[in-house]
Structure formats: structure tokens, C-alpha cells
Design a protein around this ligand. Structure first.
Ligand code: AP5
Length: 216
């Protein structure tokens, strides 16, 4: 399957992506994770992306699209993928459609995680990410009292863009740039919306059920 996950910052896209991709045996491709890896490795791409990410703005389309094209061209993505964080605006969505058409492919489902703004701020202020395995934790919901990943022993860090003023700006950018994708993919007939509140396990169950019968 070729799936896109859409939803505001903190909706749980990264959290759900790791479970859904594992369940469907497709690669999880997160543009945010790829940018962050490049920032920490100090690559040219990372240096270009960092100033936009720190402000909570979108990285310019030409940079992001070239990176996604390279990643989708890799052999493991040939028969399916789960995209988390791309596309992020209508021009990216139109480019993705053309890119897939070149490979005689198309998206199967766009899954929107629906969650309100107060919940998003609560989730992001407590988020911690493992520097080694990228697993996402929450200080309250996962009762994390230390900075150590229970899965791999790696160090947990707080993202620069999870400070409250940057989160507010990311939410504005989401409403302006990304929310129109709901209409775009609704018109394409491939949008499925699920309620993303409740426990992580409940949301995963809803997501997998929606993917198994997207028309329901
Ligand atoms: P990106 O990394 O994609 O950030 P985002 O979309 O803002 O989403 P987040 O990663 O903040 O949230 P999420 O929905 O994945 O939530 P999570 O699962 O972590 O992008 C970062 C930046 O990169 C952008 O600002 C931009 O600069 C750049 N960028 C990326 N893609 C781009 C593109 N296509 N074009 C241009 N620029 C791009 O969950 C959040 C917290 O909540 C966690 O602590 C988690 O444990 C907790 N949680 C999750 N689910 C639940 C639940 N059900 N109950 C309780 N807690 C939960």
C-alpha cells in the first residue's frame, strides 16, 4: 500500500507511523526524521533545513521534493510506503501525484489524524525522542521519569521546535499550508479521517481498521 499520514503537529503521526508501517511491512518515510538526521550529521541539507525547522516554518519545496524523490526511488519503497510529514502543501501533493504517475503508481489512502489544538500542545510539551532508535515517548503518558529509552537505552531529547511559541507557529503554518490537503485528497476520493484521541493502542486499532476497509 502507498499511504500518506496527515494531521497537525503532535497528532501522533510519528507514533502511529511506526506501528502501521511495521504491521503492513512497508517502510516509514518521515521527512521530519530525515531532516533531523541531516541536521545532527551536519550535512548541507541539514544546514539548509535547520533555520526553517527551528522557526517552525516549512523547508522550501524544491529542497523537500528532491529529498523525497530520492528516498521514494530506493528499492524498498517500490511496492509501498507510509509517508509521514509529506506532502505538506498542495504543490507538494501535486508533485507527488506526478512523481508516482511516472512510476505507474498512485496513492491508495490518505489517513487524517483528527485531534484538537489543546491536546496537541499537551502532547508536544511532554514529547521526548530517542537519539538512537527515534522511538517517541511522552513524559506523562509513558511515565518517563528519566532520559533513557526503555527500548534501546539511548538518550531521550526534547525537540527544539517543541517550545510553546514555536508550536503555536507550527499550528498556524499547518492551518494555512497543510489543512487544504484535506479538501485536495477528499476530492481525489482517497481521504479517510479517524479520531486520534484515546490511547495510542486505540488510535492504532482505528487506523488499521480504516486502512483495511477505507471506504467504510
Ligand atoms: P515533523 O517532524 O513532520 O513534525 P510535525 O508534522 O509538526 O509533527 P510532529 O512530529 O511534531 O508530531 P506527530 O504528529 O508526529 O506526533 P508524535 O507521534 O510525535 O516536521 C518538523 C519540521 O520539519 C517542520 O516544521 C518543517 O520545518 C520540516 N518539514 C518536515 N516535512 C516537511 C515537508 N514535507 N515540507 C517542508 N518542511 C517539512 O506525538 C506527539 C507526542 O504525543 C509524543 O510524545 C507521543 O508519545 C504523544 N502521543 C501520540 N499519540 C498519543 C495518544 N494517542 N495519546 C497520548 N499521547 C500520544
Amino acid at each position: 500500500m502507498r499511504i500518506v499520514l496527515v494531521g497537525p503537529p503532535g497528532a501522533g503521526k510519528g507514533t502511529q507511523a511506526q506501528f502501521i508501517a511495521g504491521h503492513l511491512s512497508v517502510p516509514k518515510i518521515s521527512t521530519g526524521d530525515i531532516f533531523r538526521a541531516n541536521v545532527s550529521e551536519g550535512t548541507d541539507l541539514g544546514r539548509r533545513a535547520k533555520e526553517y525547522m527551528d522557526r517552525g516554518d516549512l523547508v522550501p519545496d524544491e529542497v523537500t521534493i528532491a529529498m523525497v524523490r530520492d528516498r521514494l526511488g530506493e528499492p524498498d519503497a517500490r511496492n509501498g510506503f507510509l509517508l509521514d510529514g509529506f506532502p505538506r502543501n498542495v504543490p507538494q501533493a501535486e508533485t507527488l501525484k506526478k512523481m508516482l504517475a511516472e512510476w505507474d503508481a498512485r496513492l491508495d489512502v490518505v489517513l487524517e489524524l483528527v485531534v484538537d489544538e489543546d491536546e496537541v500542545v499537551r502532547r508536544l510539551s511532554g514529547r521526548r525522542t530517542c537519539v538512537s532508535c527515534q522511538k517517541i515517548w511522552h513524559v506523562d503518558f509513558d511515565d518517563k521519569r528519566d532520559d533513557v529509552c526503555d527500548d534501546c537505552g539511548g538518550h531521550l531529547f526534547q525537540r527544539e521546535d517543541d517550545k510553546e511559541e514555536v508550536v503555536r507557529h507550527r499550528l498556524e503554518v499547518y492551518q494555512r499550508e497543510t489543512a487544504p490537503l484535506v479538501q485536495f485528497y477528499g476530492d481525489e476520493g482517497i481521504l479517510v479521517q479517524i479520531e486520534a484521541t484515546g490511547t495510542v493502542e486505540e488510535v492504532t486499532r482505528r487506523a488499521l481498521a480504516a486502512l483495511e476497509s477505507p471506504a467504510a
